[in-house]
Unconditional design. Structure first.
Length: 470
């Protein structure tokens, strides 16, 4: 087995050869990746079931289909994305050719998480390939079946000199981070994100950090309670709550809560039956460590529904907590599990103040039939993404960027934003070797006439201003 140093060196040599720079090569790799997804769907679904007991329905829509759509989006638009971007010019540069050239950074490292172990590893990888980079994938050791499958499949479909998968745990990741990469893309928790950024700083390597956080969800009195309950319950308990953009907690008045809780209880029975543990549509907690962490959070507030646990089955029932205080343990960390706390507030102002007291989240949600309420929350808060009257759906649109802000991350991707993330935007100006009289205006010895001419030909005027010739 090759060492991480040898793998990185092999990819560096391949990148320096220039083979990844052509559109033909990139399209060939993207189409090969699409074939990988199509021809191995059964194996992918089985790996996800082994790791997370993820229902096939969820695996198809959130992992397989999502990834295939991202690949097709890149294939359909790559030629356009790669075109030079011509820019506005001043009078003195009118005869020059000025443009932005999109170039690959070089060799990228992509470190993926365990909760969506196919989609969240391959989606940024698609951007890296489309932009012409070589890349090492480091899938999470916490989802071993998905990681092993990727390590077996990718070399069968993609160029082995340009792309590699490195499996393993902390030791292997640490070894990778000792190497010099041209870009690092990490998806995971804030704590590890800081470690990644520290390691990248040693080589001045740019990074994208897709982290998490506590995503607030404000429910206004004007909303349709039944629809709101269905959408929140689906988003919170999708993938057994192990979704970085799921609503982490609800803020609402006591009057709204008294209507919302019964509606949520009805939804849970509708979704998963009277005994959710027997439902085939509900996954499981990834491992014992996370099970015990989540079980401890159930002591916060009061259980309105759920609360049952089974350590052997790594099962925690979909749970709604009420009478939750801001200081309770469940409000001190991203939950990342099937627990939904509801915190009472007096009004929208108190809800917004609550949100703004905490770190900026990856997503922020508001349910209201009143556009003024939606606009108020949007204008007075900050988050990576925002959605009104639904959850999670903002990330399904590839024309919108996906990423965090502050503690929830930096950088963005999906669709063209993935291509741009992995592209260096090179400023280019192609000038004539002649026209020396114009160039001579800037040479010493300096004179007031030359200065006036330069000012006149290069000054940028405010829009709407009138130029008067005396």
């Amino acid at each position: 087995m090759s060492s991480t140093k040898e793998v990185a060196a092999r990819l560096r040599e391949a990148f320096n050869s220039g083979k990844t720079r052509t559109a033909e090569f990139r399209l060939k790799q993207l189409k090969a990746m699409l074939n990988l997804m199509k021809e191995n769907e059964g194996a992918l679904l089985e790996a996800l079931k082994k790791d997370l007991r993820k229902p096939n329905f969820e695996s198809i829509i959130s992992e397989v289909l999502f990834t295939k759509n991202e690949i097709v989006c890149a294939i359909n638009n790559l030629t356009e994305w790669m075109k030079p971007e011509y820019v506005e010019k001043t009078l003195v540069t009118k005869l020059d050719t000025c443009f932005i050239k999109k170039e690959p950074f070089g060799v990228a490292l992509i470190i993926g998480p365990w909760n969506y172990p196919i989609q969240l590893v391959l989606t940024p990888f698609i951007g890296a390939v489309a932009a012409g980079n070589c890349a090492i994938l480091k899938p999470s050791e916490v989802s071993p079946n998905s990681s092993q499958l990727l390590s077996e499949l990718l070399p069968k479909y993609l160029d082995k000199d340009c792309f590699a998968v490195v499996c393993g745990g902390v030791k292997e990741t640490t070894e990778l981070l000792e190497e010099k990469f041209d870009y690092i893309f990490f998806t995971g928790g804030t704590h590890v994100g800081k470690i990644i950024m520290t390691a990248a700083a040693k080589h001045l390597t740019p990074v994208s950090l897709e982290l998490g956080g506590k995503n607030p969800c404000y429910v206004d009195k004007s909303c349709d309670i039944n629809n709101t309950a269905h959408r929140i319950a689906w988003a919170r308990f999708l993938n057994m709550g192990q979704t970085c953009i799921a609503p982490d907690y609800v803020l609402c008045t006591k009057a709204v809560r008294e209507e919302l809780v019964p509606a949520l209880i009805n939804c849970l029975e509708e979704f998963y039956g009277k005994n959710p543990q027997e439902s085939e549509d509900l996954g499981r907690i990834i491992n014992e460590k996370h099970f015990n962490r989540l079980k401890a959070l159930l002591s916060s507030g009061k259980v309105a529904v759920g609360g049952q646990t089974d350590e052997k089955d790594k099962y925690i029932a979909p749970t709604v907590l009420v009478d939750v205080k801001e200081t309770d343990p469940v409000m001190q960390e991203e939950i990342f599990g099937p627990i939904l706390p509801i915190v009472d507030v007096e009004n929208i102002d108190e809800a917004i103040a609550f949100m703004n007291r905490h770190e900026k989240p990856l997503a922020l949600y508001v349910y209201s039939a009143d556009n003024k309420v939606v606009k108020d929350v949007l204008e007075r808060t900050s988050s990576g993404g925002f959605c009104s009257n639904d959850c999670i759906m903002q990330m399904t649109l590839f024309s919108l960027p996906f990423g965090g802000v502050g503690d929830s991350g930096m950088g963005m991707y999906h669709g063209r934003f993935s291509f741009d993330t992995f592209s260096h935007k090179r400023a280019c100006m192609l000038r004539s070797a002649g026209m020396e009289k114009i160039s001579a205006l800037r040479y010493p010895p300096y004179g007031s006439h030359n200065l006036s001419t330069i000012e006149w030909t290069t000054e940028i005027k405010e829009k709407g201003s009138v130029c008067c010739i005396m």
